[in-house]
Every structure is written in C-alpha cells, then in structure tokens.
Design a protein around this ligand. Sequence first.
Ligand code: PLP
Length: 437
Amino acid sequence: MSNPIEDISRVKSTELFEQAKNYFPGGVNSPVRAFKSVYGSPLFIERGDKAHVWDADGNEFIDFCCSWGPLILGHNNDQVREAVIKQLPNGLSFGAPTQLENKLADLILSNNRFIEKIRFVSSGTEAVMSAIRLARGVTKRDKIIKFEGCYHGHSDSLLVKAGSGLVTFGETSSAGVPKAFADETIVIALDDETALTKAFEDFQGQVAAVIIEGVPANNGLLLQDKSYIQFLRKITKENGTLLIFDEVITGFRLGFEGAANYYDVQPDIITYGKIIGGGMPVGAYGASNEIMSNISPDGAVYQAGTLSGNPIAMAAGIAALTQLAQPGFYEKQEEKTDAFVTEIRNFIAENNFEVKIFSISSIFWFAFTELDAIKKADDIIPASMENYKIMHRELLNRGIYFGPSGYEVGFISAAHTKEDLTKAIASIKEALVEVFK
Ligand code: PLP
C-alpha cells in the first residue's frame, strides 16, 4: 500500500539548502542539521511560537526538538522576549562586568545546593572543556574517564570513542584529534561497575576526573540506575578523582537542581548549557568555593571569554530561569510528559509493536527494541534506526517535528498544550502503524 499521506512541500527549503551548500560544509553549521540520518533534506525554519515552528515553505509543525533542549518554555516566550528587547538598547556587549551576570548567578546559586560558585561561558562545549581543565589543574593528573555513548561537546579530549576491550584508551572519533590527546581519555561502557573498578586499578593515581552526562541523552536515552551513579561517586572519592556531572541537557530540565538532585549525589563540578541561556548561547560550570578558587584570576587554571556573560544572553537566562524557579513548574512538566508517554505506551502494547518509549522528566526517546531497558550504547541496534527514519518522515508529513536522528531524544516544553499533545499522540500512533505495516 502506498503512503496515504503526501510528503510535505520542500521547494523553498531545498532551494535554500542548495544555496547553503555554497557557504557551509554540508550546507549546515552543525552536522546533525543536515538530515543525513532521515529522509529528505533539512527544513529551513523561519519562525517559532510556543510549541510550533514554521518552515520556509509555510509548513507548520509541533516542535519536539526545541532547539535540542534549551527551549523548555517553548518558542517566543513572552518574558524572555521582553527581557531581551528591554536590554537591547543598552548595548550588546561590553567585555566588562554587568549587574545582569550577578543576577543570573544569584538566581542559580541561591536555588542550587550543589555549587557555590559559577563561571559563565558561551556554550556547553566550552563549559565541559573548562571543567576538564579545572579537574586536571586541581588534581595535577592528566587522564579522564568518559563513558561510551555520552556526548560532551566537541573539545579534543572528549571526541573520543571506545576501543575494543573492557577498559581502553580511547580512539579519536574525529580526524584532527591528536592520538596523544585521545590517550589521556579512557572510555568505558556505562552501567558496568567492573569496568570502572578495573579502570581505577589500571590507572591508579592518574585519573583527574570521571565525566558523565546527568542522564545520558545524546545516544538515545540511557537511563542509569541510581545505585550505579552512587557507586561512581564512591569510587571517585576513594581514588581522589573528581566527579563531573555534565548537566548541559539535564540542568534545569530534571528540576532546577538537575541530575545532582535527582540522584541525591554531590558531584565535584557541574557543567550547564542549553536551558541556562533561555535560548541564547550560554554555558556555565560550577563547583565548591574551594574548587572554583583554582580558576583564573584567583587560581592557576586559565579560562576566559570575550563574550562570556553577554548581557543579552544573561537577560534571556534570567527571564527563563525565573519562570522555572516557580513552585510546581517541573511537576506540571512531568505530569504532562507522563500522560503523553503513557498513552503511546498503551497503544504500543495493544498493538504489540517492537518499540519502547523511555522517558525521564520532560525528555523522551523512542527505541525500536525488544529490550525493556537500554542502559549502554551497545544495546542500541544501529539497524533499528531504519524504523526511526520512516517514523520521522511520517511525523513530518503530519505536522510533527522530531530531531533528525533516531539517537536524539525529544523534549516537551511548558508551551506544549493539551491540544498539541493530543494531536501529536494521534500522529505518532499513525506513524507507528506505518512503520510496522
Ligand atoms: N554536553 C552535553 C551533555 C550536550 O548534550 C551537549 C550538546 O548537545 C554539549 C555538552 C555541548 O554543548 P554545545 O552544543 O552547546 O557546545
């Protein structure tokens, strides 16, 4: 049977993409945007409002990508927009301190038990890169441990994938990363206490930091047991190694205090990004007063930024986080997401489809698997991504925008209304029927 829903028009988007290929490698400024893992070519987005986006051909979508996570309040949030407009006439950048930085820092620090001082940067990559340098500076050690399937931005030390074996020196996952850098990164599987123990035995006294995503959400949603994270805390402490929670996705998403609060685990350093800037480019890292005293100009670990603490970005961040700090904000998000995934789960069960929807807080992920839990990267079967491709196309054709890769998670924002979610559920059900027909 042929597909009963016609493909959306992409005339203008295709024309713009062809033009863009003359300017940018692959026609994009960040690789996943190129739609290489799904059907068709990228949609050029013209505008967004609440939970909806419109592309250059006038197609309207309910957006579950939400700019890859920052837009927990949806597009064009009234308070964020007004705060940015208010700040604009005062200037775009000074390269000098502003009161806005103090305000955003105070808002964060007075509502977060896990860090005492913070430093603003301009992206998640920068936050993590700086946190790793800080950990190395504090411990005077060079090696770091990361987990297979966790993404921490594109700095050299972290563009490293696992080699073969229980505990391996990493292999670079990008050309241009010196082997010597990758040799300082040890990569092990998630959810494996034995591998972690062995890594600490093999590299005793050499590991500066273990870094883990608050909840690994860049290679599917790899939900970890709390007991494993607690073990991570214990073994790092025993070895004088710092524990870094990369909360670029989970920060202000799993709650205002993120994954640290969710697990009730005190990491040594936490990195933030995405939501913290209300949609503007902001990242941050924070830790205790003692650890942060090592950062320049107080300490010997150098880190700087021309546009760090940018006033427009700070204004957007303040306006966004003020709304998130209101009582009940996260409970509402979770209730909404629970109802959404439960209805889809029931439909999947009724139809016996081989697909799962995993979720935490307002994050969800469709996994085409028979497994009841997926905790490590290896448990994802690459061939299952073919099903995601079909689902993605079917959803676009029904006005639902999911990220253009089956390894990416979806996000529900405060702007998604009951009507949006009801329409999305109906479309997802139809798309799944198409996948499994
Ligand atoms: N860390 C995590 C957990 C991320 O998800 C990302 C980006 O997706 C980064 C770091 C890098 O952040 P950015 O893309 O802002 O550089």
